[in-house]
Design a protein around this ligand. Structure first.
Ligand SMILES: [Zn+2]
Length: 349
């Protein structure tokens, strides 16, 4: 890195600190999925976006500590938003229920004294919901060609990492473009590739219920709900939405023997939010609901506790300076180049 570049970065860091009170509001809720050693991250970029390396995540937590941020649990967070205070509040959340949340992330949270919430989808722990974003990866890693269904079907080479990346994106696009017909398209993909069922994702990808109970008993941990089957809620009617939300709360409470007060909506972007979601989440018994709308927290979020914003650090191209900018709210307002880069690495949640 040249001296000029280093000086520029230092100047911009100083500017961001000065502009901080205007951009970062009261802090941020982090929305992550997995934490893994670099060597265990996915070889294909789309699942890799869900995976932060242990080293990068430790650097982010260390940076936030040094900046004087206060790590807070979700319980009580919204009451703090309207209270005066100069320290940025940071709440950490992890979606879906991956096993590495216990085995890899927890030791980091203990090291930095970070309370955290894990949002669980019971169907993923039960094995009744296919984590298709990982099953697609398994499909491609085990063969030389894969078939993209269609008229006619297309043969996709999978010999090299670049081939597999291109094949994954073609299959992934077909699934996502199917909208509510996603399950039928996935079945067609498995069938076209000679399979009766999804290829198993890596063993031990998700927590067992016993492991979840261990995690729930940890003083830093909060367990939240993430629906029963991880649907796009916008495709369901209000009764279906409440059934997914309430059903996951009740199942989790039964399994861990503690109240479950917080929910994260799967996918969770602005366009994925069904009308009236705040009322439906309230009806389903939750005290807060989090989206993936990428904003920092502001005092007015005290009045929007069922649609709180969250920021997701991308696992693709990890960069501490980008993490700093994102969590200071710099990306939303002043940096279209950074915003474009983040939009290019959307996560599933
Ligand atoms: Zn999710």
């Amino acid at each position: 890195m040249s001296v000029v570049h280093r000086v520029k970065q230092a100047v911009f860091r100083r500017l961001r600190r000065l502009a901080g009170p205007l951009t970062h509001g009261r802090g941020a809720i982090l929305c992550q999925h997995r934490v893994l050693p670099e060597s265990e991250k996915s070889p294909i970029s789309v699942p890799r976006d869900l995976e932060l390396s242990t080293g990068h995540f430790a650097s982010v937590l260390d940076m936030l500590s040094r900046q004087g941020c206060e790590f807070v649990p979700l319980d009580g967070l919204t009451d703090r938003l309207s209270q005066a205070g100069r320290r940025r509040l940071i709440a950490v959340t992890l979606d879906d229920g991956y096993r590495d949340n216990l085995t890899v992330a927890l030791p980091l949270f203990e090291r930095f004294g970070v309370p955290f919430t894990v949002y669980i989808t019971p169907g993923l722990l039960d094995g009744t919901v296919d984590p298709w974003w990982y099953s697609l990866q398994t499909l491609l890693l085990g063969r030389q060609t894969a078939i993209l269904p269609g008229s006619p079907p297309t043969s996709l080479p999978c010999d090299t990492p670049a081939d597999r990346e291109a094949a994954y994106r073609a299959l992934y696009r077909q699934v996502v473009d199917a909208g509510a017909g996603r399950l039928a398209v996935l079945e067609a993909i498995w069938r076209a590739n000679g399979l009766d069922a999804p290829p198993p994702a890596a063993p031990g990808l998700f927590l067992t219920w016993d492991e979840l109970r261990d995690l729930a008993a940890h003083p830093l941990a909060t367990i939240g709900a993430h629906t029963l089957t991880h649907p796009r809620l916008i495709w369901l009617d209000p009764a279906g939405i409440v059934a997914e939300l309430r059903g996951s709360r009740e199942r989790l409470e039964q399994e861990i023997g503690r109240p479950v007060r917080h929910v994260a909506y799967p996918h969770g972007s602005e366009r994925d939010m069904p009308p009236g979601i705040a009322q439906l989440a309230r009806e389903a018994g939750f005290e807060t609901g989090t989206t993936t709308i990428p904003r920092c927290l502001s005092p007015s979020d005290r009045d929007r506790v069922w649609t709180l914003p969250r920021k997701a650090l991308p696992g693709h191209g990890e960069d501490l300076d980008i993490a700093d900018r994102m969590l200071r709210g710099w990306d939303d307002r002043f940096d279209p180049r950074l915003r474009r880069r983040l939009e290019a690495t959307k996560t599933f949640c």
